[in-house]
Design a protein around this ligand. Structure first.
Ligand SMILES: [Zn+2]
Ligand SMILES: [Zn+2]
Length: 135
């Protein structure tokens, strides 16, 4: 039984299908991932065997490789949403977990590059959990 995962960008132009299994799921707090995501950390799924099919909007895909590094950012030219990328250096498909719409059967396994986290990124699990927007 092949696992099929679907995803799309925020504007909906780019849609994709991934068949196969994810092997790893990391939350990376490094400086590049913080810039790339605009947030505390990236949340990326990794697979060395899964295959991606771009269903629509392939012409919207842009790729930025941080010069001199293996850090690759794929995004939609219309809405800027993070998209899956194939990292040929490491021979691995990297999928931003937030781009995925299907339920996935893997949980994050670790915070990585944790010592590089933002100075405000500590004990965040102690914050109030508000359903919806704050008053
Ligand atoms: Zn888009
Ligand atoms: Zn990182």
């Amino acid at each position: 039984m092949e696992n099929l995962v679907r995803g799309q960008c925020l504007c909906g132009a780019v849609t994709f299908r991934i068949s196969g299994q994810f092997e790893r799921f990391f939350l990376c707090h490094c400086g590049r991932c913080r810039k790339d995501s605009g947030s505390a950390h990236s949340a990326n799924l990794f697979s060395s065997t899964a295959k991606i099919d771009w269903v629509s909007g392939q012409e919207n895909i842009r790729t930025f490789n941080v010069p001199g590094t293996r850090h690759i950012k794929c995004f939609c030219a219309a809405c800027g949403s993070a998209l899956p990328s194939y990292n040929s250096n490491d021979d691995v498909l990297v999928v931003p977990a937030g781009s995925v719409d299907s339920q996935i059967d893997i949980l994050p396994e670790a915070h990585i590059c944790y010592s590089n986290r933002a100075e405000w990124d500590d004990n965040l699990d102690t914050l109030a959990k508000i359903d919806g927007l704050p008053k």
